[in-house]
Design a binder for this molecule. Structure first.
Ligand code: BEZ
Ligand code: FE
Length: 256
């Protein structure tokens, strides 16, 4: 980051924090408690988590206010670069006994001019299907890159991938972020969701999430990431063996 920009942002940040100290008459006990909290946050490796839940939605808003592509939302703290590149027919890596209902997610990627984009890359990740959902490479006990993968659209800009329906996610209660949420009386739950980073040469990479109709946490998402247009139906596949669900979405990328 350019030195001038760092100065501009950090000086504004410090000035705003000093304003809060003056307004609220923050005392020494509170100041030391804040320091202890930040030390614990770092020790627990929860700095990315807390910044994602408190601030990332605002960064997304100011960054993408003018976008003509699909609705964006926060990437969150659990993206891991370098997920396996899948071969068609696409199936996110999962355990032999992976809990959850089967989900076939399909759609297209096209540009803002309406033309399909063959060879667009979708980087997809999600929580497990057992409640509360867990992320591989983050929560212990899961194989690396479980329910994470990358795949590309075909000649028509279409894709289809098999996975499981993710469960709702809860920020763990026994860490500093969960404790803060408890103190604030805020729900620590996120509605079930799928994450995507969609990229194509000469187009801006799209980071977004998709949620499902009727999830009880849509209106109280701890990540503040739900937006109209990102909530899609889960359609039960009748008469198929094993039974499961289908969902579709068409991603629109804007030129870079
Ligand atoms: C998530 O995308 O799963 C997430 C986002 C913000 C905070 C915690 C989790
Ligand atoms: Fe997530």
């Amino acid at each position: 980051m350019a030195q001038e920009r760092v100065r501009e942002v950090v000086e504004a940040l410090v000035e705003n924090l000093r304003g809060v100290i003056r307004d609220k008459k923050v005392n020494y006990d509170e100041f030391h408690a804040a320091i202890q909290f930040l030390v614990r946050l770092g020790d627990a490796k929860e700095i990315p988590l807390l910044l994602a839940v408190l601030l990332e939605a605002t960064v997304d808003d100011v960054t993408h206010a003018q976008t003509k592509g699909s609705t964006t939302t926060i990437q969150g703290p659990f993206h891991i670069p370098g997920a396996p590149m899948l071969q068609a027919p696409y199936k996110l890596p999962r355990r032999a006994d992976e809990p959850g209902d089967l989900l076939v997610f399909s759609g297209t990627v096209h540009g803002t001019d309406g033309r399909p984009l063959p060879g667009a890359e979708l980087d997809m990740w999600q929580a497990t299907g057992d409640l509360p959902g867990k992320y591989s490479n983050v929560h212990p006990g899961l194989p690396d890159y479980n329910l994470r993968g990358r795949f590309v659209t075909d000649d028509q800009g279409q894709f289809s991938v098999e996975t499981v329906v993710p469960a709702q996610y809860e920020i763990r209660k026994n860490g500093p972020t969960g404790e803060l949420f408890e103190l604030l009386g805020r729900s620590a739950w996120r509605p079930a969701h799928l994450h995507f980073k969609v990229s194509h040469p000469d187009h801006r990479t799209l980071s977004t999430q998709l949620f499902f109709n009727d999830d009880q946490y849509l209106a109280s998402d701890a990540g503040n990431a739900v937006k109209p247009g990102l909530v899609i139906p889960l359609v039960k596949t009748e008469g198929e063996d094993p039974p499961g669900f289908r969902a579709t979405y068409d991603f629109v990328l804007e030129p870079s």
